[in-house]
Design a protein around this ligand. Structure first.
Ligand SMILES: Cc1cc2nc3c(=O)[nH]c(=O)nc-3n(C[C@H](O)[C@H](O)[C@H](O)COP(=O)(O)O)c2cc1C
Ligand code: SF4
Ligand code: SF4
Length: 245
């Protein structure tokens, strides 16, 4: 059986994974009620797609991914990033799955709209990305047939360190509908007072901003402007999806 595990707070990661692998049993790692243990066999195949947060895997995604175990099970991994860089995301994902019984036979990077700064990589993955990812498919199939570990994995150990990401806040337009509370991957939003966010728990994933029907959730202006200016300079040139074997 084919399994597709993904952590996609604002949908870009999932779009890229769906292009590469449209069918399979889905494991949504953003769900807070995700308690099932999965024991995959050597005849199963696992696809995993994670977004790059600060050039690393989101720690919450890695924690939930630990529930999926393999026995020499073949896996294809993807790092999705917002046209700046994915740095150590693939190597971190590789190391974790490798220690959980998986043989990683292919690794990919792909670009999606920047979930924090939506004007960066707007509309991606686009037609060009679809063509590029589709062109990788036959090569990935061959790598799965061969079943050999990849030799070329980008990134460095020890992985780069990351600082705390910005926490969005709700403004006076909040009508306390609770949608952000329900869908927050980390449980950082208060059920009774959804305009309150626990900064310690928040992973800065931007889902609450994307789903709020009132557009009430935002990053604080000053801190966000500084981050935005810095990242925009690093993400101007269009980057393309890559395959590593
Ligand atoms: C907290 C945070 C950190 C991010 N860090 C990076 C980064 O280091 N490099 C990059 O190119 N994009 C970065 N991005 C953009 C995301 O990797 C990208 O938009 C991804 O597609 C988001 O996945 P999603 O749409 O499934 O939520 C970051 C986004 C967020 C919210
Ligand atoms: S989704 Fe928006 S309006 Fe609804 S509770 Fe959250 S911040 Fe308030
Ligand atoms: S409160 Fe933080 S962790 Fe929760 S959805 Fe918003 S950005 Fe993501």
């Amino acid at each position: 059986m084919i399994y597709k595990a993904y952590f996609s707070p604002t949908g870009g990661t999932r779009k890229c994974l769906d292009i590469l692998c449209p069918e399979g049993k889905e494991i949504d790692l953003t769900r807070r009620d995700y308690y099932e243990d999965y024991h995959l066999t050597s005849s199963d195949i696992l696809y995993v797609a994670l977004p790059s947060f600060g050039g690393r895997c989101p720690a919450l995604a890695i924690e939930r991914l630990k529930k999926i175990k393999g026995v020499n099970t073949k896996a294809v991994i993807m790092a999705i990033y917002g046209n700046r860089a994915f740095e150590d995301t693939l190597i971190e994902l590789y190391d974790n799955l490798n220690s959980q019984g998986f043989i990683i036979t292919a690794a990919l990077s792909c670009i999606a709209e920047h979930s924090m700064i939506r004007e960066i990589a707007k509309g991606r993955p686009d037609e060009e990305d679809k063509k590029k990812l589709s062109s990788f498919k036959p090569i990935i199939m061959k790598s799965l047939e061969k079943g050999e570990k990849i030799k070329n994995i980008p990134g460095l150990r020890p992985y780069k360190s990351i600082s705390k990401f910005l926490t969005p806040k709700a403004d006076e337009n909040c009508i306390r509908c609770g949608k952000c509370y329900i869908s927050c991957p980390s449980g950082a939003i208060d059920e009774m007072m959804p305009n309150l966010t626990d900064e310690e728990k928040c992973i800065g994933c931007a889902r609450c901003i994307a789903i709020c029907p009132q557009k009430a959730r935002k990053y604080e202006d000053e801190a966000f402007s500084a981050v935005k200016e810095r990242i925009k300079k690093l993400a101007t040139e269009r980057k393309e999806a890559e395959l590593f074997l």
